[in-house]
Write a protein that binds this ligand. Structure first.
Ligand SMILES: [Zn+2]
Length: 383
C-alpha cells in the first residue's frame, strides 16, 4: 500500500516537471531548468511491496546458501521446518512463504532474511540441547522477519536509495545493491541492540505461546557464552561482553513478570532428529574474511562494490553485532567497546561467521501440510 502512494506521487512529480520544463524552455530560463533537472534526479529511501520483500529475501537466501552450503538431508530439514512452521503459524505474519534452511557449516549462527527465510547452521544445531532451545532460536529469527528489521536497517542506513522512477522489482541493479546491503547487514554486521532485544522478547513470547518452555533461548545463549569463555580468540563472540548477561537477565525478568509458564522441552524428539556434534571454536576451519568465497565467489559481490557500500555508510551503523551471539552496543557511552572490537579484529577472522561452508547451495524442499504441523504439535503436547 505504501508503494501505491509512492508510485502515484512519482507520476505526479514527473508530470509537473514536464510541464515546468516546457515553460522554462519557452522563457529561456536556464537557471530554472537546472533546478528542475536536479529535482528529477531525486532519490528516496528503499521501499518495497510484500512481493518485493520476498524476492529480496529469496536472493539474499541464495547468497547465504552459496556462502555456507546447505545440508542435503531431507529428514533434518523436515524436523527443523516443522518446529519453525509451528512457530510461524503463531507469529504476526503466518501467511509468509516460510522457508527453513540448515546451513552446512560448523560455525554457530542463525540468519533471518526478509520475506520468511530463516537459516540455522549445522554448528548451531549441534550446540542446541532440546526442541525448546531450537524453538527459542527459530522464534528469535522469525521475529527479525516479522518486524522487518533488515529492511528497516537498510532504509535507516540509506546505503540503498532509489531513483524517483525506480522500483525494486523493476531495476536489476537496484535489486543487486539491495541484496548486497541486506546480506552485509545480516551476515557481516548483524542487528543493533534494540532489534535483538525486540526479537528476544517477542521470540520468547512466541515459543511460550506454542507450548515450549520459554527459557529455551536462555539455555542456548548460555551454552554459547560458555563456549566462548574458553576461547582465547579475541574475536570470540561475546563472552566478555556484559551485554550478554544483561540480555539473559532481561529475558529472565520477562519470563517471571509475564508468568510465562509453558513447559515442553521435547529433548527426546530433538535427539531423535538431530545428532550433530559441536566443533570447538579453535577447531573450526575458516575462510579468509573478505575473500571471494565469502560472498559465494561470484563477481556480484566483488570486494570493490562491497567497499563502496560500506564507505557510504554512516559511522554509527558500524557498531553492529551479528546473528544471535554478538550484540554490540549501538549508542553513546559505549564507544570504547566498539573500538576494542574493531582493533581486536573487525577485519580479522571470526570462526563462527567465517567458517568454511559446504558446496551445495540447493534448497532441500520439504512438503509440510497444515495437517503435518497439527500432528507434530499434538505429538509434542504443544498448542
Ligand atoms: Zn538476532
Amino acid at each position: 500500500m505504501m508503494r501505491d502512494v509512492i508510485a502515484l506521487s512519482v507520476v505526479a512529480l514527473v508530470g509537473a516537471n514536464l510541464g515546468a520544463a516546457a515553460e522554462a524552455r519557452q522563457l529561456g530560463g536556464i537557471g530554472k531548468g537546472l533546478s528542475i533537472a536536479k529535482k528529477a534526479n531525486e532519490v528516496r529511501d528503499l521501499s518495497m511491496t510484500d512481493a518485493e520483500e520476498q524476492e529480496l529475501g529469496k536472493n539474499v537466501s541464495e547468497r547465504i546458501r552459496e556462502r555456507y552450503g546447505v545440508v542435503q538431508d531431507a529428514a533434518v530439514h523436515r524436523y527443523v521446518s516443522l518446529v519453525g512452521l509451528a512457530l510461524a503459524q503463531g507469529s504476526t505474519r503466518p501467511g509468509l512463504p516460510w522457508t527453513f534452511v540448515v546451513l552446512d557449516t560448523d560455525g554457530v549462527n542463525a540468519f533471518a532474511a526478509p520475506g520468511g527465510y530463516v537459516h540455522i547452521t549445522r554448528g548451531a544445531l549441534a550446540l542446541i540441547k532440546n526442541e525448546a532451545e531450537l524453538a527459542g532460536v527459530l522464534g528469535h529469527e522469525i521475529v527479525h522477519v516479522t518486524e522487518k528489521h533488515t529492511i528497516r536497517a537498510i532504509q535507516k542506513s540509506k546505503v540503498v536509495q532509489m531513483g524517483a522512477a525506480e522500483t525494486l522489482s523493476g531495476s536489476s541493479s537496484l535489486m543487486e545493491r539491495a541484496v548486497t546491503a541486506t546480506y552485509d547487514n545480516i551476515v557481516e554486521r548483524g542487528f543493533g541492540r534494540a532489534e535483538e532485544n525486540e526479537s528476544d522478547e517477542h521470540g520468547v513470547a512466541l515459543a511460550n505461546k506454542i507450548g515450549y518452555a520459554p527459557n529455551g533461548i536462555v539455555g542456548f545463549l548460555t551454552t554459547l557464552k560458555d563456549r566462548n569463555k574458553a576461547s582465547t580468540e579475541k574475536r570470540g563472540l561475546f563472552a566478555s561482553h556484559p551485554e550478554m548477561q544483561e540480555r539473559l537477565d532481561r529475558i529472565g525478568r520477562q519470563i517471571a513478570s509475564k508468568k510465562l509458564a509453558a513447559t515442553a522441552t521435547l529433548q527426546p524428539r530433538f535427539a531423535k532428529s538431530i545428532s550433530y556434534q559441536p566443533v570447538a571454536l579453535t577447531a573450526i576451519a575458516t575462510v579468509e574474511a573478505g575473500s571471494a568465497g565469502l560472498a559465494g565467489g561470484d563477481e556480484k559481490a566483488a570486494p570493490g562494490k562491497h567497499a563502496t557500500a560500506q564507505a557510504e555508510e554512516k559511522p554509527a551503523e558500524k557498531k553492529r553485532g551479528f546473528g544471535l551471539g554478538r550484540m554490540l552496543p549501538t549508542s553513546g557511552g559505549e564507544k570504547k567497546q566498539a573500538q576494542v572490537t574493531a582493533s581486536g579484529g573487525a577485519r580479522g577472522v571470526d570462526p563462527e561467521k567465517d567458517s568454511k561452508g559446504g558446496r551445495n547451495p540447493a534448497i532441500v524442499a520439504v512438503k509440510v501440510a497444515a495437517a503435518d504441523i497439527a500432528a507434530f504439535k499434538k505429538e509434542g503436547g504443544l498448542s
